[in-house]
Design a protein around this ligand. Structure first.
Ligand code: SF4
Length: 466
């Protein structure tokens, strides 16, 4: 009789490997951020309490703001018999405690794995509570094993628009005069910047999601369970009346975006551009704004562009030929790579935990003028990035991305420039401006000064002029 224990030498090699220190977060986390960007809404996770706790902690430590996420609190019994009763009870509790205008329900791995019919359960709940004054319920399916927080984010944006959009709800004076803007996961400061640009172009916009205040608001005299701000439900209902939609992201999956849905169903023209980071991608954004409004870019932004180009010239001697590892969400990586490449930095490795299939092509499009090889890896974790580095001897001068690479940068002995999401070990992540010429200016100064600091600190002279 043969032994059940296989000779390790002869055991077949698995064709998979576990994720080790992921370079992404989970899908419902992205969805909860979107729900936090709706006025009067409460995010709700149908699943285990631990998932909600993890996401709250993750989001709070970046934004430094309260982040309530309700949950149906699955137990062993609900996992076996279904969580319908918990969901209904949870919705009742949230309604009576928060009085929200909307509850945004996302699913977790567990509810997706047991095949919970959330759509049917919500239908039952609506029937059961017919006649009562109840908040709107929207639902997004976010199995984390088939996507990242970015997928969950975009799926939630689309689901909300799909479930709320109503043609003809916009006042006729307003009809066709506004534009839907779907920016993707950017910072609160980026959202404020987009609203400022739109106001300067005299263009009314529906910005969705808008957590510029709900996740970065002023200090409150009295605690409010649901913070002020967010995209209003009436604006979301009116999205089919827009004259166009503009969305950021070169790696978006065509059929899974809100702009694509509005174009297919209501013939709202959709314009897709990359995240406007750096001169090249910001030029595309401002050109799109000019086309949409028929107005020239205001002088203020022309000045910002001019100052940025001047700074590129001033700082070129410090940056030219420096080697960077860029990592994070795919569209952020593309925007940062485009920006770094135009400053003379060589992005030696561009890596993301996302796996849209469009990363390599998009990086190639924004690095046509780079001298040297740009390695691109998608669907990777930090351990893989570290292995790649050891293998290829990429010798980076700095790493740029979220605080998740702090350990990697420390092991490499190079600085980590913190941008994007999440930033858990510094304050102000939500106030970093990445977009537009102004955002590139701030990033540029940060990169140059970080490298100057390294130079200053790593020699005995400690230059005072550099
Ligand atoms: S179980 Fe799934 S949904 Fe819950 S925290 Fe983990 S990855 Fe996210």
């Amino acid at each position: 009789m043969s032994s059940p224990v296989q000779n390790p030498k002869r055991a077949p090699k698995p064709n998979w490997v576990s994720t080790r220190n992921p370079c992404k977060a989970c899908a419902p986390l992205g969805a909860t951020l979107v729900m936090r960007g709706i006025a009067g809404a409460v995010p709700f996770l149908h699943g285990s309490q631990g998932c909600a706790t993890y996401m709250r902690r993750y989001i709070i430590s970046h934004f430094r703001e309260p982040m309530d996420i309700a949950t149906s609190g699955f137990s062993e019994a609900t996992t076996i018999f279904g969580g319908g009763a918990n969901l209904h009870q949870g919705l009742e509790n949230v309604t009576s405690q928060y009085h929200p205008s909307l509850i945004g329900i996302a699913t977790t791995c567990l509810t997706e794995t047991i095949g919970e019919d959330v759509h049917g359960l919500l239908h039952e709940f609506r029937e059961k509570t017919k006649g009562d004054e109840k908040p709107l319920l929207v639902h997004v399916s976010t199995p984390s094993y088939s996507g990242t927080h970015i997928d969950g984010f975009h799926d939630a944006v689309r689901s909300v628009v799909e479930q709320l959009a109503e043609p003809g709800t916009s006042p006729s004076a307003y009809l066709d005069s506004f534009v839907n803007v779907f920016p993707g996961l950017v910072s609160s400061e980026d959202l404020r910047f987009l609203k400022e640009v739109a106001a300067d172009f005299a263009l009314p916009i529906t910005l969705f999601p808008d957590y510029s205040e709900t996740l970065d608001g002023p200090s409150m005299e009295k605690y409010k369970k649901i913070p002020e701000g967010g995209t209003t439900i009436s604006a979301l209902r009116a999205t089919p009346s827009a004259k166009a939609s503009i969305e950021f992201g070169r790696t978006l999956k065509t059929k899974r975006t809100a702009a694509a849905f509005l174009q297919e169903k209501f013939e709202v023209p959709a314009k897709r551009i990359g995240l406007p980071i750096g001169v090249r991608e910001s030029d595309v954004f401002f050109a799109a704004m000019e086309k949409l409004t028929g107005h020239q870019t205001p002088e203020k932004y022309r000045q910002e562009r001019g100052r940025l180009v001047d700074a590129y010239v001033d700082g070129h001697k410090y940056l030219f030929g420096k080697r960077a590892i860029v990592f994070g969400d795919e569209d952020l990586v593309i925007g940062l790579t485009s920006f770094l490449a135009e400053t003379g930095v060589v992005p030696v490795l561009c890596a993301s935990g996302g796996k849209s299939g469009a990363l390599a092509r998009s990086i190639a499009e924004v690095t046509t003028h780079v001298r040297g090889t740009v390695a691109v890896r998608d669907g990777v974790d930090f351990m893989t990035i570290a292995e790649e580095l050891a293998l290829k001897e990429l010798k980076p001068d700095f790493v740029i991305g979220s605080s998740k690479a702090a350990k990697l940068a420390r092991e490499l002995g190079v600085p980590l420039i913190r941008v994007g999401f999440p930033i858990h070990d510094r304050i102000g992540g939500q106030r970093i401006l990445h977009l537009g010429y102004r955002g590139a200016q701030q990033l540029f100064d940060l990169v140059v000064n970080t490298l100057l600091e390294v130079k200053q600190d790593s020699n005995l002279i400690g230059y005072s002029y550099l």
